[in-house]
Every structure is written in structure tokens, then in C-alpha cells.
Design a protein around this ligand. Structure first.
Ligand code: FES
Length: 84
């Protein structure tokens, strides 16, 4: 039996559940100049309530800076949505 795994980059995953902020919104904010978690809080609202999304938001900032601390799959894993 052959098992084929297909990994799909899902960018509309909700990263901040409290404020319904998606990965796509965070990436757009970063591309628009957000360079810190404070910027992301101000521009998207992510991380302004329970804070459990902050680590993921920071990893997206790091990824944008070229300090690849994770992939989209890692983000999925953080939310226990791993496709595996
Ligand atoms: S999940 Fe983002 S503040 Fe709670």
C-alpha cells in the first residue's frame, strides 16, 4: 500500500481565536510594515485578549525576517489541526 501525503498551505487559518484574526491577515499586516507584536496587535487586534496566539504571530514575524522558526504546518500543529 502506498500512502501519499499532500500538504496544502492554508493561509486563512484563524490564528487569534479571540479576535478572529487569520494567518492571512497577519501576513498582510507584516507585508504592510508591521514589524513587532505591538504592531500586529495595533493593526489586527491579535494578541489583545488571552495572548495564546502571540507565539504564533511572533513566529510569522520571524519567518518574514528570514528567521524561519516554523512553517505553516507548525502553525497548524500549534492549533492541533495537524493534517497527519
Ligand atoms: S487567541 Fe489571540 S488573544 Fe486570545
Amino acid at each position: 500500500m502506498t500512502i501519499i501525503r499532500v500538504c496544502i498551505l492554508i493561509t486563512n487559518v484563524i490564528i487569534c481565536v479571540c479576535n478572529a484574526v487569520s494567518e492571512k491577515q497577519i501576513r498582510e499586516a507584516i507585508r504592510g510594515g508591521a514589524s513587532s507584536i505591538g504592531d500586529l496587535r495595533a493593526q489586527t487586534g491579535c494578541g489583545t485578549n488571552c495572548g495564546s496566539c502571540v507565539e504564533t504571530a511572533i513566529s510569522l514575524l520571524d519567518e518574514h525576517r528570514g528567521e524561519d522558526s516554523g512553517s505553516a504546518l507548525d502553525v497548524l500543529n500549534l492549533h492541533n489541526l495537524s493534517p497527519a
